[in-house]
Design a protein. Structure first.
Length: 313
């Protein structure tokens, strides 16, 4: 199946009132959603960083360091699943999971509802939003998601280019220099980036093994298997969006890359291809790197051009 064409990411209509969105914003920034009132959603999802945090790995309650990189919050109505392993099917499910994660916010939805519903500074906000005196689980999630739906993709050279390309292609082309245009061409062709990073979201919404699972080693991460318990999903991770790429560094599920050239070199080599050794030599579950990745044989000039284009995102 051919890749979906590049196009602007358009937000879907927000069918919630300003009062509900305002309540969601208050909740998103409120440390009372954590067990000891120290961590909020905004602690890991900073507005100035496309709602990511620029840490290698997320840091939660009691300074606990997680195992995965914080993803930017972009186009939530365009995703078919959430988290690197896709364990949440909807944005509403995702919104509540960090509250109960012992490493992230270490609380419970029940405790959060008690705190919020008893707080004097929430009474008017809840009444204005829902005409009720208290939130329940569903309204808590609805409020957070309503606020998250207002997050726009940060403006970049790429967003200006792709917007202009819909109405005046020649003016769009003039926005990019020759090296960036060469990189865009490579992104769409020889570099095969659009095999997975396609469409308006710059993601295929799928899960793939790129070889960075460290199976059987200290940094092992089984990826989607954590959500499905299906051995076929070991080592698979959801394709991230490349939008707001510059704000959401470092990259990959483990934050292992701080250099775009390093990322390009990984895929130029056809992804990571670890070989099973010792007791894992005959392990039927040892993850195999996806066949979608191939050695690209990009020249130094081509790699630099691809990086130049990625820097526009």
């Amino acid at each position: 199946m051919p890749a979906a064409p590049l196009k602007p990411l358009k937000a879907k209509p927000i069918n919630q009132s300003d009062e509900i969105i305002a309540l969601g914003e208050k909740l998103f920034n409120d440390t009372r959603l954590s067990r000891d009132n120290t961590v909020s959603c905004a602690s890991c999802h900073e507005s100035r960083l496309a709602f990511s945090d620029r840490r290698k790995l997320a840091v939660g309650i009691d300074g606990q360091v997680g195992t995965r990189n914080t993803q930017a919050i972009i186009g939530i109505d365009h995703w078919q699943s959430f988290f690197w392993d896709g364990r949440a099917k909807t944005a509403a499910q995702q919104a509540l999971m960090p509250i109960e994660n012992p490493i992230e916010m270490g609380s419970s939805v029940e405790l959060v509802l008690k705190k919020v519903n008893r707080a004097e500074d929430y009474k008017k906000s809840i009444l204005n939003a829902f005409g009720k005196e208290a939130l329940n689980k569903e309204l808590l999630a609805l409020s957070l998601v309503a606020f998250e739906r207002t997050f726009d993709v940060p403006e970049s050279l790429f967003t200006r280019f792709i917007d202009k390309a819909q109405t005046n292609p020649s003016e769009a082309v003039a926005l990019l220099n020759d090296q960036q245009l060469e990189g865009l061409h490579l992104f769409r062709t020889k570099a095969r980036c659009m095999t997975c990073h396609e469409g308006a979201l710059l993601s295929d919404n799928e899960f793939h093994v790129t070889g960075l699972h460290f199976y059987g080693r200290r940094l092992q991460d089984l990826g989607r298997f954590d959500a499905t318990q299906d051995p076929a999903d070991i080592g698979k991770f959801r394709t991230p969006s490349l939008l707001a790429l510059q704000q959401s560094t470092p990259w990959m599920h483990n934050g292992g890359f701080q250099s775009l050239l390093g990322v390009v070199n990984l895929y130029n080599a056809g992804g990571a291809r670890p070989k099973p050794r010792a007791k894992f030599k005959n392990d039927p579950h040892f993850p195999k790197t996806t066949e979608l990745l191939h050695k690209l044989k990009l020249s130094k000039q081509e790699k630099n051009a691809l990086v130049a284009f990625l820097q526009t995102l």
